[in-house]
Design a protein. Structure first.
Length: 165
């Protein structure tokens, strides 16, 4: 359910922070909150109710059973290092909605591009994606992203600051 980030020395959600944990792992979740800065925390043993759809070794999609209880969602936010105030500021609308009896539910996101890759007999996703990006997220077909004008930045209220380095 959680992955240790060595660079930031903190726990992150492996799938997303709205994935339900296994009910029998709730005690590990509680004891793990007491040791948030420890890569050997009990959080490492909390399992997620998450799943993948795999065909012949190729992942076609993934999903999870979502948290439908406000108390569990609050515990997950605490495990991710959020204070109650921060969780309310960022996700108060969601925590409030969970108080009204959200039913258990799940979701899945299928990778249509991966299915097309298999159907086409392609070796790589790059062979079937119409607008592939480089490792630096540049689209060589349309030369994107492109620089934006000062007027566009001003309209959006964005200021670019130069690094001091």
């Amino acid at each position: 359910m959680f992955e240790w980030d060595e660079g930031d020395k903190r726990w992150n959600a492996a799938h997303h922070p709205f994935t339900s944990p296994h009910e029998e792992d709730m005690s590990k979740l509680e004891s793990g909150v007491e040791s948030l800065n420890d890569p050997l925390s009990p959080l490492s043993a909390v399992r997620a109710l998450a799943y993948d759809v795999v065909l012949n070794g190729t992942e076609l999609g993934s999903g999870s059973i979502r948290i439908h209880r406000q108390d569990v969602q609050s515990r997950i936010f605490r495990a991710l290092g959020m204070t109650e105030e921060e969780a309310r500021a960022r996700f108060g609308f969601f925590l409030e909605a969970l108080e009204y009896g959200t039913p258990p539910h799940g979701g899945i996101a299928l990778g249509l591009d991966r299915i097309v890759m298999i159907l086409a007999g392609a070796e790589s996703l790059r062979e079937v994606i119409p607008f592939p990006k480089t490792a630096r997220a540049v689209d060589l077909m349309v030369d994107a992203p492109t620089p934006v004008s000062e007027a566009q930045l001003k309209e959006l209220g964005i200021t670019i600051r130069k690094s001091r380095e």
